[in-house]
Design a protein around this ligand. Structure first.
Ligand code: GDP
Length: 444
């Protein structure tokens, strides 16, 4: 899997922060050192690493500290946001032209996966956008390239324009474009020649094709497995052709991830797609945010952090914490908590975002029906103020009255009071420094 090493190292680093109430300057320095080494080991460009570590460090030590999150969660959040930013922040869609057809020129070194990616992209346009693409075979140097594109075309049911290998590729493109016009194709993908490395002659040829075709998109395919060489290649192509986007291929075989992490920062050009296999369907839109979460390997922990932040009033959370500490948590607070949880979304969904919980068999038996929450609330509503504040007064006759008032069976009232008391006990333990279950929230 991609990013294995990096994910593991970052997780180890974050794990060391778990359970710390406060992060000292020393902790922060050590964390930053480990992050820097992890990124360098992942073959990320050294300058990109330097900038990254500085940003994270400034934010973590500065005032950019979010209430309601513990220190480890805060660092995870900052690292996640900065990783996302480093990879381009947002998805960048394929350019589309006002006129028909939209012209996409595929460029890249030999073996990077250009021909395969042209096929994958045509297939995607056909199936997802109902498009009618035409592919033009303009790689006349690699002996089998034309045949390969024709085969790919047959496989996905997309027409290929080819004129063999004996004529000038610029001429092939000219004729191919005329054909596309006549056939009303809405997309044209031009498969151009590659070389083992960048040379003048190749760049001149590509520049000539660019001038003739005036493409809406020049997509550079680079092989992620080549790490920093992929970054250098991207710089080279971009200098000469001013590419509009990058496709990172063979991410399925790239265990380090350096290219994915550096290429945007170094070239300023967005990664638009990633290839993660040899099949025609193995092409995905590149989402910087999802990639960052994947690198951090925190399951959907990050989504949970965001949800918590967005939905739970921070002051409120502090008040609750205070109550837990003072052991004065009562049924009114319980009601409040239920409402907060309901605001966050379906409880079973929230539980599944906690790493290790998604496939936890225990969860399968937990009935998280929103109706249950409503029942719990109804029971609390039927309590007197005194009963809400002091659960010890809840004798059998009071419980029977509450059951009648809420329309719930008395067994349910009993169960709920028992659970409440257990919860209170657990909270008490947590506030006395035994983090128990809470710590497991921080992943793996
Ligand atoms: P070109 O010379 O740039 O046109 O490269 P090709 O399209 O011929 O691809 C070279 C090799 O890389 C072929 O064996 C492809 O099947 C393989 N390839 C392309 N993209 C991917 C990918 O995303 N993952 C994997 N595992 N292999 C890929």
């Amino acid at each position: 899997m991609a990013f294995e090493g990096l994910t593991e190292r970052l997780q180890n680093t974050m794990r060391k922060l778990r359970g710390k109430g406060k992060i000292s300057e020393n902790d922060l320095r050590e964390t930053m050192r480990e992050i820097r080494l992890a990124l360098l080991e992942a073959d990320v460009n050294f300058k990109v690493v330097k900038d990254f570590v500085k940003k994270v460090s400034d934010r973590a030590s500065g005032s950019d500290v979010m209430e309601g999150l513990n220190p480890a969660q805060q660092i995870v959040k900052i690292v996640d946001e900065e990783l996302t930013e480093m990879m381009g922040e947002q998805d960048v869609p394929l350019n589309k032209s006002e006129r028909i057809p939209t012209i996409i020129m595929m460029v890249g070194l030999q073996g990077a996966g250009k021909t395969t990616t042209a096929g994958k992209l045509a297939n995607r346009l056909k199936t997802d956008n109902n498009a009618r693409p035409l592919m033009i075979a303009a790689d006349v140097y690699r002996p089998a390239a034309v045949d390969q594109l024709v085969q790919v075309g047959e496989q996905i049911g997309v027409p290929v324009f080819e004129r063999g290998t004996d004529i000038d590729p610029v001429e092939i493109v000219r004729e191919g474009l005329a054909q596309a016009k006549a056939d009303h194709n809405d997309y044209v993908l031009i498969d151009t020649a590659g070389r083992l490395q960048i040379d003048e002659q190749l760049m001149d040829e590509l520049a000539n094709i660019k001038e003739l075709a005036n493409p809406d998109e020049i997509l550079l395919t680079v092989d992620a497995m080549t790490g920093q060489n992929a970054v250098a290649t991207a710089e080279g192509f971009n200098d000469k052709l001013d590419v509009t986007g990058i496709v990172l291929t063979k991410l399925d075989g790239d265990t380090r991830g350096g290219a994915a992490l550096s290429i945007r920062a170094v070239t300023g050009k967005p990664i638009k797609f990633v290839g993660e296999g040899e099949k025609m369907t193995d092409l995905d839109v590149f989402h910087p945010d999802r990639m960052a979460s994947r690198i951090l390997g925190m399951g959907d922990m990050l989504t949970l952090i965001e949800k918590t932040q967005r939905d739970v009033d921070e002051k409120h959370a502090q008040e609750m914490a205070q109550k837990m500490q003072e052991n004065t948590f009562n049924f009114n607070d319980f009601l409040d908590q239920l409402e907060q949880i309901q605001k966050m979304g379906p409880l079973d969904q929230i539980m599944k975002m906690i790493p290790g919980m998604a496939n936890n068999p225990a969860l399968a038996n937990v009935n998280m029906d929103p109706k249950d929450m409503e029942h719990l609330k109804a029971i609390v509503y039927s309590m007197t103020e005194q009963e809400r504040i002091d659960s010890d007064v809840l004798n059998p006759s009071r419980k029977r009255r509450i059951a009648a008032g809420s329309g719930r069976p008395v067994q349910e009232v009993n169960r709920m009071v028992k659970q409440f008391n257990q919860m209170k006990k657990m909270m008490n333990q947590i506030s006395n420094g035994n983090m128990g279950g809470m710590e497991q929230m921080m992943g793996a």
